[in-house]
Design a protein around this ligand. Structure first.
Ligand SMILES: Cc1ncc(C[n+]2csc(CCOP(=O)(O)OP(=O)(O)O)c2C)c(N)n1
Ligand code: SF4
Length: 137
């Protein structure tokens, strides 16, 4: 008697599955490339799937990262990424929420939001690419 075919094995996404088809427009040698690479590797290592992750950013070279991933994303307003991300996490606690941006976005114009995000301690991961300059400007 014929046996039913076994169900297709569940394949966990690899780092490449978290990278979108958009080619980053960063300068050659920019450190943001290695952050993007590390982020996609980390998400794959954690066994997450792109549809269960949201990458939120403000404005700046580093804040372009959401478009370079296949996760849900929001490229928002300068210095306001943490406020957006906290709102998303409160509304959708099932999502893994990652916030990415520069030191200008996080520590200068968004410095007040950074302090309040620490105080509220919402379950977010915040990656700051501190190049000591306002790169985009
Ligand atoms: C409200 C507002 N103010 C100023 C700007 C201009 N601006 C664009 S990017 C940027 C700073 C970018 O620096 P940083 O956040 O450190 O990111 P990087 O480009 O270095 O990755 C500024 C001031 C803006 N887009 N919006
Ligand atoms: S200006 Fe600086 S931060 Fe922006 S892409 Fe070029 S090297 Fe990277």
């Amino acid at each position: 008697m014929n046996q039913p075919a076994p169900a297709a094995a569940f394949e966990a996404p690899a780092a490449k599955d978290f990278k979108s088809s958009y080619k980053p427009i960063w300068c050659p040698g920019c450190g943001d490339f290695s952050v993007l690479s590390s982020l996609t590797k980390a998400l794959a290592t954690l066994g997450l799937r792109p549809e269960n992750v949201a990458v939120i950013s403000g404005i700046g070279c580093s804040s372009r990262i959401p478009a370079y991933t296949t996760c849900y994303g929001f490229h928002g307003v300068h210095g306001r990424a943490l406020a957006t991300a906290a709102g998303l996490k409160l509304a959708r606690p099932d999502l893994t929420v990652v916030v990415t941006g520069g030191d200008g976005d996080g520590y200068s114009i968004g410095g007040n939001h950074f302090l309040h995000a620490c105080r509220r301690n919402v379950d977010l991961t915040y990656v700051v690419m501190d190049n000591h300059v306002y790169g985009m400007t």
